[in-house]
Structure formats: structure tokens, C-alpha cells
Write a protein that binds this ligand. Structure first.
Ligand code: AMP
Ligand code: MG
Length: 319
């Protein structure tokens, strides 16, 4: 991936249409569909005509993953884990097992920075309320003991999950979109699609050859944080693969002159304090890049770059 990775200067473009534009694809034959999933805009574009049925099937796969990972639906696999008692074996889908397994690996590599058991703390931060107030230190401390990936046990063969404490809860917000984007691409490829772009709210996967560029590469725009016009801060050129961004501009609120965002440092239960506003990770597999991007945001530049090096992926901080 490294040798194909190049960062371009500032470009001002708007949305996926623009992304297709600077890929030279504006007039290229394609099938495109947008749906609202994972609380965000998700677009699948394939560079063939009349692929509506295949694109719908790819969205069905993504919607299935959304349902299984939905924290707010009592019937979802995630809720069944969250509502289980200590020691109870909860049978879950293959998708959930794969996500939990990957999350565990990144948790270990990132020394706890990426931790899906952050849920009891992340739920204290009410980003969806009209006038949110940050939780108090005592409120955070009352939840923080429940966080810790080692309190969750997977049985991959039996496809079950077991918690050491009933109070442990998981939140797949840092991995599920990326995982779903990978599964959508798998679905498209298995049905014979040769090239396309899947964009699930900042989790972008390009595959095959760009039909409109001489070198067949893809150019992916990195959104400028907090830009009202959807301006891009930079553009990366890749052969194919995933470009995933974690940014504090995606979910945040301001309270008494301070900004609080949704990427939580499991060490103290507070939004990770960094000098940058987003980080993008470029590599193979958007589920893995999704985990790494969140982890790098928590770790900060020095330790985040070290983690990225360990995985052999590129990182880009913004601004
Ligand atoms: P992302 O946008 O991929 O960086 O994911 C952020 C989302 O992941 C948040 O909205 C939370 O649902 C969840 N999250 C927050 N902090 C963490 C963390 N330290 N580790 C794993 N997931 C997290
Ligand atoms: Mg993530």
C-alpha cells in the first residue's frame, strides 16, 4: 500500500459527486445508491450500469450488520450481550464474533486505547440531547470500573460471548461501519462487480481499477474538520483499499466554552484531548482501519504513529 500512497494539496470539493468528479468519473457509467444507516449517509457506487439489484444486496448485508450491532434495539446481538448476566453464554452471529475478535486484537496492540467495553462511559455523554451537559467526575468514576476488554470472553468455535460482570456493556460504534463497508465490498465482488467505491460515513473502500484514470488509481478526499462547505483538507491516491477517518467533528457538543466529543479515552472516561481534529488511516480492510483510526485518535500523534507503523498503515492528521 505504502508506495501507492500520496497526499495531494488542498482541494475544494463537495460530497461524493465531487469525489467522483476528481476521480474523472463524473460521466462514467455507473450504478449508485445512498441509504441512511449507522446514523450516517452511506453510498455505494459501482462502475457498471444496471447493477441496482446487486447494490441493494450489498446494502442488505450492511443493514443486517447494523441490526446485529444496534445498541438501542433490545433484540440485537449487542443488546443481548449487554443485557446478559455474568457467566451467561450468549450466542451471537458470525459478524459479531469477527468484530469482537478484531476489537480484542486492536485493544491489545493499542494497550487499551481501543476498547469496545467503553459503553458504560460513552453512554454518559449525551451527544444526541438538545442541550447536553458533560457528566461529572463522580459519574464517570462510577462507570469506569466496568470498562476493560479482559472482562469479555469469546468462544469463537461455539460463537458465544460471556461477561465476567453483568454491568459490562459493549459499543461497536468504533468498528461496525468499517466492518459493514468491507462486507458490502465482499458482496459486490462475489456477484462479479469489478470496480466501485463504498462510502459509509467516512469509511471508504475503493476496489478494482478506477475506470477513468490513466494510472487506474483512486483519489479519496479527506474532509476538512468542521468545514461548513464540506471542503477537503487533502486527497490521497490509492490503488485500492480503505481510507477511514475518525474525527471529533462527527459527534460533539459545546458546554461553557469547551468542546466535548465522542472519542473517549478509556483511561479517564473523558473525550481524548488531542491537538488535531481528525485522523485518517489508509490500508487494507476498513474494519481494521476503523479500529486503528479510533485508537490513534485516543493515543495521539506519537503513540498513534507507532501503532500505525506496527500495522504497516499510513496515518494522516488534520489539521
Ligand atoms: P469512530 O468514529 O470510528 O472513531 O468511533 C467513535 C465511536 O466509537 C464513538 O461514537 C463510540 O460509539 C465508540 N468509541 C468511543 N471511544 C472509543 C474507544 N476508545 N474505543 C472504542 N470505541 C470507542
Ligand atoms: Mg473507528
Amino acid at each position: 500500500m505504502k508506495k501507492f500512497f500520496r497526499v495531494f494539496g488542498v482541494l475544494i470539493c463537495l460530497g461524493l459527486v465531487a469525489a467522483l468528479g476528481y476521480n474523472g468519473l463524473k460521466n462514467t457509467a455507473r450504478t449508485e445508491k445512498t441509504e441512511f444507516l449507522f446514523d450516517t449517509v452511506c453510498t455505494i457506487t459501482v462502475f457498471e450500469r444496471n447493477c441496482e439489484k446487486i447494490v441493494t444486496e450489498a446494502f442488505d448485508e450492511a443493514a443486517q450488520i447494523f441490526d446485529e450491532a444496534n445498541f438501542f434495539d433490545d433484540e440485537s446481538d449487542v443488546s443481548r450481550i449487554n443485557n446478559a448476566e455474568a457467566g451467561e453464554r450468549v450466542a451471537v452471529s458470525e459478524n459479531i464474533i469477527e468484530m469482537l475478535d478484531m476489537a480484542k486484537m486492536v485493544n491489545e496492540k493499542s494497550k487499551g486505547a481501543f476498547d469496545i467495553t467503553i459503553a458504560p462511559v460513552s453512554m454518559l455523554w449525551k451527544f444526541d440531547e438538545e442541550s447536553p451537559v458533560p457528566p461529572t467526575e463522580d459519574e464517570i468514576l462510577a462507570e469506569l470500573w466496568k470498562v476493560g476488554r479482559d472482562k469479555l470472553h469469546l468462544d469463537k468455535e461455539q460463537m458465544t460471548v460471556l461477561k465476567e460482570f453483568s454491568e459490562t456493556r459493549i459499543d461497536l460504534g468504533g468498528i461496525a461501519k468499517g466492518y459493514a463497508a468491507d462486507k458490502a465490498v465482499e458482496c459486490l465482488k462475489s456477484r462479479g462487480v469489478e470496480s466501485g467505491i463504498v462510502d459509509f460515513g467516512g469509511n471508504i473502500v475503493a476496489f478494482g481499477e478506477n475506470p477513468a484514470s490513466k494510472n487506474h488509481k483512486w483519489r479519496i478526499g479527506i474532509q476538512k474538520p468542521f468545514s461548513p462547505t464540506g471542503e477537503y483538507a487533502s486527497v490521497v491516491e490509492i490503488d485500492g483499499g480503505a481510507v477511514v477517518t475518525s474525527g471529533i467533528y462527527q459527534r460533539f457538543f459545546d458546554y461553557q466554552g469547551r468542546r466535548y466529543h465522542h472519542i473517549i479515552d478509556p483511561e479517564n472516561g473523558m473525550p481524548a484531548a488531542q491537538e488535531f481534529e481528525s485522523v485518517s488511516v489508509v490500508g487494507e480492510g476498513s474494519a481494521l482501519m476503523d479500529c486503528i483510526a479510533t485508537a490513534v485518535y485516543v493515543l495521539g500523534k506519537t503513540h498513534g504513529e507507532a501503532l500505525a507503523r506496527e500495522f504497516g498503515v499510513e496515518v494522516l492528521f488534520c489539521p
